[in-house]
Write a protein that binds this ligand. Structure first.
Ligand code: ZN
Length: 334
């Protein structure tokens, strides 16, 4: 590999350099933000060197910290919107009654205002919301083709989401069918483990719903609302369930979660999730009792459960047993 070279002010010549991750603090719009950045050091004299691409990366990390702290839509989400809805950057700006180049500037890293960010985040999260804007403002578009193309893609996306969303209901149906005495809190955690474990084994998510990093662990809000009147009591009622709607691999994952996680109370499962990276990282430095609707991203869930699968040498979903045991032992010690 070719060594990387930059000019060292101390050595007064081009020298090789090495890079280290460092905790940084910087001020943006009057507030200080902490983030992990990178610095270059001269390999000969160890003095800090200037490398433009690292500075660009550090600036992005600072902006990311700002976005996270102020609930501004991430650059990644912004860049996904045109693909998701099959719409160009300029046409999207026009649909929103913004300046024609506004959305393009956000794609280049410009920071949207909170109000514009909220609109974009809602568009990103809710295809139906985007569709309503598309219908309402299609007259702003310069071509009918752009409207039709985008509408087709959005309708297809909504169709997929609706099919996938019924999957979480099937998971719940099966969990309630198999587990007596499952409380809303335990159900939430079971769904979460099904989602994570299924990804670890199948490389894809079983359902689309996102969970939020609430005080008591990961929570799927709609499902919370559905069962909130049971409070701390087991969910009762309809237990008939047509098992044939689930594939063998889906059943294998849910069965493992039932066997090795649903034997614990919701409170204990809450302790499990409190020591796991996705919830911890999403909460960041929020105080323990602070309400939060931050979404635990699917990236964090997939990253974590793939790592768990590797660490515990799991070959089949049933192998989650060891992980559950370790989590339980950790919980009773603290
Ligand atoms: Zn030097």
């Amino acid at each position: 590999m070719k060594e990387k070279i930059t000019f060292c002010e101390t050595c007064r010549k081009d020298t090789a350099y090495y890079v280290k991750s460092v905790e940084m603090k910087n001020t943006l719009k009057g507030e200080e933000y902490a983030y992990t950045g990178k610095k270059a050091f001269c390999s000969e004299c160890n003095a800090e060197s200037y490398v433009a691409e690292l500075e660009d990366g550090n600036l992005k990390a600072l902006y990311d910290a700002y976005r996270q702290e102020n609930n501004i839509i991430s650059l990644e989400n912004i860049l996904e919107i045109p693909q998701k809805y099959n719409i160009g950057k300029r046409p999207l700006s026009l649909l929103l009654n913004w300046g024609e180049m506004t959305f393009s500037r956000y794609c280049d890293g410009d920071m949207p205002t909170k109000q514009y960010s909220d609109t974009l985040q809602r568009i990103y999260n809710e295809p139906e919301f985007y569709l309503s804007i598309l219908e309402e403002n299609k007259g702003n578009l310069k071509s009918l083709t752009a409207y039709e193309k985008s509408k087709r893609s959005t309708m297809a996306l909504i169709g997929q989401l609706n099919t996938a969303q019924s999957k979480v209901d099937e998971v719940i149906g099966y969990l309630l069918f198999q587990c007596e005495d499952i409380t809303p809190l335990a159900l939430q955690k079971a769904i979460y483990y099904v989602q994570g474990l299924y990804y670890a084994f199948m490389g894809t998510f079983l359902f689309n719903d996102d969970c939020e990093a609430w005080v008591h662990g990961p929570v799927y809000r709609d499902i919370y609302n559905r069962y909130s009147n049971y409070r701390f009591d087991p969910i009762e009622g309809e237990i008939d369930f047509d098992v044939s709607v689930l594939t063998d691999s889906e059943k294998a994952v849910i069965d493992s979660v039932i066997q090795y996680f649903c034997c614990y109370s919701g409170k204990i499962l809450e302790c499990f999730t409190h020591s796991e990276m996705p919830w911890l990282k999403t909460r960041g430095d929020l105080p323990a009792e602070a309400h939060s609707n931050r979404i635990i991203s699917k990236e964090l869930i997939s990253e974590y459960f793939v790592a768990v699968k590797q660490k515990y040498n799991m070959l089949v979903p049933d192998d989650i047993e060891n992980y559950a045991k370790v989590m339980f032992e950790r919980t009773i010690k603290c």
